[in-house]
Design a protein around this ligand. Structure first.
Ligand code: ATP
Ligand code: MG
Length: 213
């Protein structure tokens, strides 16, 4: 069975915390590839600070940092609001079985899963990997979503099978958020240490988030 990781996000901009999640999941679950999928129009939030195209460019730069990471334009080609259910169904149409797909989220994002389109049927479209985030242990979703306890499994105990699971993964991820990066830029602070050097250079070069060169 193949194992494909899929990580959705606004990536406004992509930062070191995102890449830590992708790396931790790839290592813990032996994923052959992690596709980073920027949303074209994020459905649950206000418009991003950078255009979809600049967000994609930064995701591509970040994907170059690891041989298993790729950048996917799937949600751009579809256009309109970007729903995870549609993205996962597109992967089924491309030949992936639900048990071969691992959708990666941070624990803060998964805590909101009941608001996502097609919940709870959505959870049968792939495995969902819930990664800890500073201030949010992966385990916290057990208490928040007791109705899912039967499908929850600790990352260390996960065994490949057809039945889609919610895999809880504890990993050290950088204490960074995209909003923190944007705030730092607005305050005129350096963002080295929050994003990859290539992404910082792209932000400065194009004056994104009002960054000066
Ligand atoms: P914002 O502050 O704008 O919400 P963000 O840093 O949360 O940005 P998103 O694009 O919203 O980034 O997140 C995409 C996915 O990455 C989500 O599932 C989120 O939980 C996860 N994520 C983001 N940062 C981290 C981090 N530092 N550690 C673990 N997961 C993270
Ligand atoms: Mg977020």
């Amino acid at each position: 069975m193949r194992r494909l990781g899929v990580m959705g996000g606004t990536f406004d901009p992509i930062h070191l915390g995102h890449l830590d999640v992708a790396r931790a999941a790839a290592d813990a679950l032996a994923l052959e590839e992690v596709r980073l999928v920027p949303s074209f129009v994020p459905p649950h939030r206000t418009a991003p600070g950078a255009s979809a195209y600049h967000r994609f460019a930064m995701v591509s730069l970040a994907a170059a940092s690891h041989k298993r990471f790729t950048a996917s334009d799937e949600e751009f080609r579809r256009g309109g609001p970007s729903y995870t259910a549609d993205t996962l169904r597109g992967l089924h149409a491309a030949g992936f079985a639900p048990g071969e797909l691992f959708f990666l989220t941070g624990a803060d994002a998964f805590a909101e899963i009941a608001t996502w389109k097609e919940y709870p049927a959505l959870l049968d479209l792939s495995h969902f990997v819930v990664c800890s985030r500073p201030g949010h242990e992966a385990d916290m979703v057990r208490g928040l979503l007791p109705e899912l306890s039967e499908r929850m499994v600790d990352g260390r105990e996960f065994e490949a099978g057809a039945a889609p699971r919610v895999v809880l993964l504890d990993a050290d991820t950088a204490n960074v958020s995209s909003s923190g990066v944007r705030r730092a830029i607005a305050a005129g602070q350096a963002i080295d240490g929050m994003v990859l050097p290539s992404v910082a250079a792209h932000i400065r070069k194009h004056g994104l988030y009002n960054a000066r060169q």
